[in-house]
Design a protein around this ligand. Sequence first.
Ligand code: CA
Length: 234
Amino acid sequence: MKPRILITEDEVSLVALLRYNLEKEGYVVDEASDGQECLVKVAEEQPDLILLDWMLPQLSGLEVCRQLRRNPETRNIPVIMVTARGEESDRVRGLDVGADDYIAKPFSPGELLARIRAVLRRIRPALSEEMLTCGDVVMDLGAHKVSRGGRAIHLGPTEYRLLRYFLEHQGRVLSRDQLLDSVWGRDIFVEQRTVDVHIRRLRKALNGDNDLDMIRTVRSAGYSIEPPVVEAVR
Ligand code: CA
């Protein structure tokens, strides 16, 4: 699954240029043309990174960033501030409100792509690696193989995509809706309980007799994956 980037920018020609360059690199691109729309799109699309222009109509990029950081659901989404203002004091203000990086216009697409890769590597190493792990579960993306504690795990295509999405978002509680959108795709109508069916299959495949369950059911919220905590043997 390719990282999803939300471009928030009111300059139409720049949006087109950014979209072209990001899609060429394989990113999935969404766009918002003002701060308010950005906040709505973030809630809808759950982007992996936000490119946020400082000078936006109505709500400034700075204020949008502040609001994203205040909300526990969006607090950890990486933000790169984009601005025409290149002064050091602006850079500091941008980073102060919680932006992860800052790039001044004009910039080359190459420079921006390098920064995006760096931020994603730092914040979500899972998105740029070929090997995803959680505890003793290893997913080899190149070979399309999964193992747990050295034992090969055979998964159906949906369980494989589900596990991959979990591993790319470790520690985060993922709602059934979010899983449906990201694993099944938003154009397909699937009932929420379908998610539960596939989670059950995934658990069954992953958990051997002596394995602890890594998939946590969070009541009325969804599911998350995290390495099991092994309690001390008394
Ligand atoms: Ca602008």
